[in-house]
Design a protein around this ligand. Structure first.
Ligand code: BES
Ligand code: MN
Ligand code: ZN
Length: 498
């Protein structure tokens, strides 16, 4: 889809579908009022009758029949103006665009004026909302079984102030960068594990590295053995798929210290010998969502040419049961030298992350952020609405919280208090890999904290948010691509020193 910024009036725009944003509980704004007049008062009547209430996420289709230049007009509800956020804009665009696509439009225009938010950010949000709302995963759908419907080819973001075109274009560029990267992450997560093995992920990253001139290193099993990555190798021991430790460096920050981002990349989590129940096990192809988020964020940073040094670290393997698999009771010696008693082979994420976090410390990073579908307990605690956050540094936790509010990928902090550490004490090793059911989100993070030395560190648990069971305004059912926009925003604000 091509996204164009143009100066003009929505009622004059020749398009298959025009989108008009409407606020709840107030008189029509100047743009809507002109459109309403051209339509002979249709909008006023609709609102008066209560046939359409401009609540957030609602849309209403009108056929203007020649009274304005557009073939179709969609009214998109924005809720109250006093409650306006960028997320409301994403939601409106994310609802209106697929609605118009379903109606048959291939060319859409949306009016961005008279909103009251930063214009560049408005354009970015409209871009993200439309691109992400229009997302479909069609790779495995044949044309015979499904009429693959037409796509929207062009989206025009309209302003009535020609002086703003440049600002809006910048916003569109930023929106495209993060939305394309999110789409990439969603595609990776949605793909069956048979087609998204550690080897294939490494090849995908190689592709991106080539495209953007990034430095890439992929450690093979032998090299991991030499280094002593007992956590990752333990988990990998049950799988016939060779594990990969993927290191991707983006360097545009001169002498600045690295920001390390670490993503759990379990391409399929069967649970291993502590095998999971059959129900919903298919979902465990999404256990590489953290890795996908890291790849997506680095890709966005590269597109946006952020003046930073970033290293992405992806411990990639399957977690499978087999005759060679690691077993409950085993003790693994991690890259740090610390030992972990395996109580449950299904608590594998923290094992692979322990090695990756230790590796991250080699960069003497300014901050380490890890992102992982780590615990079912996270989903129990926060549902599908929030990313769980724990960490050792107030400043960076605040920055991630702010990035969450801005992007709509919201994070909520949980405590990492001393008492929780008692739960992961082992009788025979330095620690054990599960702390029981109580506070499972926290005890998992407590284990990770043992591997970050004194570097500022923030952990993000995306077990509840990597996948959505229901359609959301700009996140259709399935893989959400969470973390790409959150981490990119964090990086952009970091760069600005905010
Ligand atoms: N990948 C899972 C966490 C998960 C569960 C993500 C459900 C998304 C939905 C993780 O590896 C896991 O299995 N965690 C266990 C830990 C337990 C054995 C201590 C869990 O949460 O049940
Ligand atoms: Mn598991
Ligand atoms: Zn897992």
């Amino acid at each position: 889809m091509k996204i164009i910024v143009a100066a003009g009036k929505i009622e004059n725009q020749r398009t298959d579908g025009a989108v008009l944003l409407l606020f709840e509980g107030e008189k029509l704004g100047p743009i809507a009022e002109r459109v309403d007049k051209a339509l002979g008062g249709t909008i006023t009547r609709l609102l008066k009758r209560g046939d359409f209430k401009p609540r957030p996420g609602t849309v209403h289709l009108i056929y203007p029949e020649g009274r304005i230049a557009a073939e179709r007009l969609v009214l998109a509800g924005m809720g109250k103006r006093s409650e306006l956020t960028l997320n409301r804009l994403r939601q409106a665009a994310g609802k209106a665009a697929p609605y118009l696509r379903a109606a048959g439009a291939t060319d859409v225009a949306i009016s961005s004026g008279a909103i009251g938010l930063d214009e560049g950010e408005t354009a970015q949000a409209l871009t993200e909302g439309s691109m992400l709302g229009l997302y479909r995963f069609l790779k495995y759908k044949t044309n015979e079984e499904n009429d693959v419907k037409r796509e929207i080819r062009a989206l025009t973001i309209l302003t009535e102030n020609a002086a703003l075109v440049g600002t809006l274009q910048k916003g569109v560029k930023a929106g495209e960068a993060v939305a394309e990267s999110t789409v990439m992450a969603r595609d990776m997560v949605s793909s069956p594990s048979a087609d998204m093995t550690p080897t294939i992920i490494a090849a995908n990253v190689r592709h991106i590295a080539k495209e953007f001139g990034l430095r890439l290193q992929v450690l093979e099993r032998q090299q991991m053995e030499k280094l002593g990555m007992g956590g990752l190798l333990g988990v990998a021991s049950g799988s016939v798929q060779p594990p990969k430790f993927i290191i991707i460096e983006y360097r545009r920050g001169g002498k600045k210290p690295f920001i390390a981002i670490v993503g759990k990349t379990i391409t399929f989590d069967s649970g291993g010998i502590s095998i999971k129940p059959a129900e919903n096990m298919d979902r465990m192809k999404d256990d590489m969502s953290g890795g996908a988020a890291v790849i997506g964020a680095i890709r966005s940073a590269a597109v946006l040419k952020l003046p930073l040094n970033i290293v992405g670290l992806l411990p990639a393997t399957e977690n499978m049961p087999s005759g060679s698999a690691y077993k409950p009771g085993d003790v693994l010696r991690t890259l740090s030298g610390k030992t972990i008693e395996v109580v449950n082979t299904d608590a594998e994420g923290r094992l692979v992350l322990s090695d990756a976090l230790t590796y991250a410390c080699r960069y003497r990073p300014a901050v380490i952020v890890d992102i992982a579908t780590l615990t079912g307990a996270c989903r129990i605690a926060l549902g599908q609405e929030a990313v769980g956050m724990l960490g050792t540094n107030e400043k960076f936790k605040n920055k991630l919280h702010e990035a969450g509010e801005k992007t709509g990928e919201r994070v909520w902090e949980m405590p990492l208090w001393e008492g929780y550490y008692d739960q992961i004490k082992s009788d025979i090793a330095d620690m054990k890999n599960t702390g029981g059911r109580d506070g499972g989100l926290i005890t998992a993070a407590a284990l990770l904290s043992k591997f970050v030395q004194n570097y500022p560190w923030v952990h993000l648990d995306i077990a509840g948010t990597a996948w959505t069971d229901k359609d959301r305004p700009y996140t259709p059912k399935g893989a959400t691509g969470i973390g790409v926009r959150l981490l990119t925003q964090f990086l952009r604000d970091y760069e600005k020193g905010k």
